[in-house]
Design a protein around this ligand. Structure first.
Ligand code: ZN
Length: 154
């Protein structure tokens, strides 16, 4: 849905939306977490990452459904050096995989932080637990709004 671009001001990777994924980022800019769904009324299944055709019924009709923004940590990593210099400055930080409460078969990769605008390393990795409930938050980084995740019970 997007290529990663080395952002020149922060050194961190931000997405470069493509045609299929652009609505995801447009909704994120409105602080809405939406997932592409098949618009065939006999199918209607959610899919991620975005793509032109439904893998279940081959319909090319799609819509974007708003999610509750709730999920659970399905897995996570705490990257260790060697890292790109911009990331080494933030280590230890985390990358989590979130299973959406509205669509458990859909999992999004992101970062667990203490608040929307908190640094990448704002949460102690020892506090991260698989299965922990999380809530989406949004922050703007160099003109693009990114979904991030906070613990529902910090
Ligand atoms: Zn379908």
């Amino acid at each position: 849905m997007a290529d990663a671009t080395d952002n020149t001001s922060t050194g961190l990777l931000t997405p470069t939306p493509d045609d299929d994924g652009a609505p995801f980022w447009d909704y994120a800019a409105q602080h809405e977490l939406r997932v592409q769904a098949c618009a065939n009324p006999e199918c209607g299944r959610l899919r991620f990452p975005p793509r032109p055709c439904c893998p279940h019924c081959q319909s090319f009709d799609s819509e974007w459904r708003q999610m509750s923004g709730h999920g659970r940590i399905w897995s996570y990593v705490v990257p260790h050096p060697p890292l790109l210099p911009a990331y080494a400055a933030f280590a230890p930080y985390n990358a989590i995989i979130v299973e959406l409460a509205d669509a458990p078969h859909i999992r999004l990769v992101g970062n667990l932080v203490t608040s929307a605008d908190a640094p990448l390393n704002s949460i102690d990795p020892d506090r991260i637990r698989i299965g922990a409930r999380v809530q989406v938050v949004f922050t703007e980084v160099d003109g693009i709004t990114l979904p991030r995740w906070v613990l529902e019970r910090p």
